[in-house]
Design a protein. Structure first.
Length: 253
């Protein structure tokens, strides 16, 4: 495995909690596939060369619809319908009422699920952590059953149990109680638990503030939300691939 970046020294850990989307599972690519199907049917004036713009807009979620869901302020269906209409407003699509949204979501969700795959670096690293005697699990801001299905489709469900979703407590990250509950279910103390995720605020900084070892997975490519210098400087550790994680944690099988 690759050596860790920089001279970061982290405390020893007994377990690792993972974010799922864009950490273990290639969710950005799955969104791209789903949105290409949506564009073909609902956004015919958006040419294929603008496909990346659709993905960027969807992931940016400028009106924070998904954030409201993770805070328990709205339902999953309501946030996704609002995001679909936000996307259509930005790219010239029709307004979706309840019935039209159901048809839209059937196209989107089928394409999304069909494209769920693990990142190339996920499976081997999970195996290396387990072989070294660490316990692993997942904490996500999506619904538990949905993420269980995602992990299973990606071939990780037998090794990475989904411990806490947004429906477990009625809210999710960055609330420290979500991290505490995930550690309780994992069977580790927060101070001896690493949390690995792609969102610098919700994952790396929030887990650090909750008493865990926060590790930012800053994969190459477009970031979902711009990261400030102060945010980047606040993280305990940054990696650009999961391949760097075992070395960073100083473990060996």
């Amino acid at each position: 495995m690759s050596a860790p970046r920089g001279a970061v020294s982290l405390p020893p850990v007994d377990g690792v909690l993972f974010d799922i989307d864009d950490t273990l599972v290639a969710t950005r690519e799955a969104f791209a596939h789903a949105l290409s199907l949506v564009a073909r049917q609902y956004l015919p004036d958006v040419p294929p060369e603008r496909a990346d713009e659709l993905v960027l807009a969807w992931r940016a979620d400028v009106n924070d619809q998904y954030g409201a869901y993770t805070r328990g302020e709205t339902t999953y269906r309501a946030q996704r319908m609002a995001r679909a209409n936000d996307l259509h407003a930005a790219f010239g699509g029709p307004v979706l009422d309840d019935d039209a949204y159901e048809a839209w979501d059937a196209v989107f969700d089928t394409g999304f699920r069909d494209a769920w795959v693990a990142h190339d670096d996920a499976s081997a690293v999970v195996d290396e952590l387990l072989a070294a005697g660490l316990v692993v699990g997942a904490l996500s801001n999506a619904a538990t059953a949905y993420q269980v299905a995602k992990l299973e489709r990606a071939g990780l469900g037998d090794r990475v149990p989904m411990l806490v979703g947004v429906d477990t407590l009625g809210f999710g990250k960055p609330d420290p109680r979500a991290f505490a509950e995930a550690c309780r279910r994992l069977g580790t103390e927060p101070a001896r638990t690493a949390y690995v995720g792609d969102d610098v605020v919700l994952d790396a900084i929030a887990s650090r503030d909750a008493g865990l070892v926060g590790i930012w997975l800053d994969r190459p490519g477009d970031r979902r939300i711009p990261v400030s210098h102060d945010q980047a400087a606040a993280v305990q550790a940054r990696i650009t691939s999961l391949d760097e994680l075992p070395g960073l944690l100083r473990i060996s099988a």
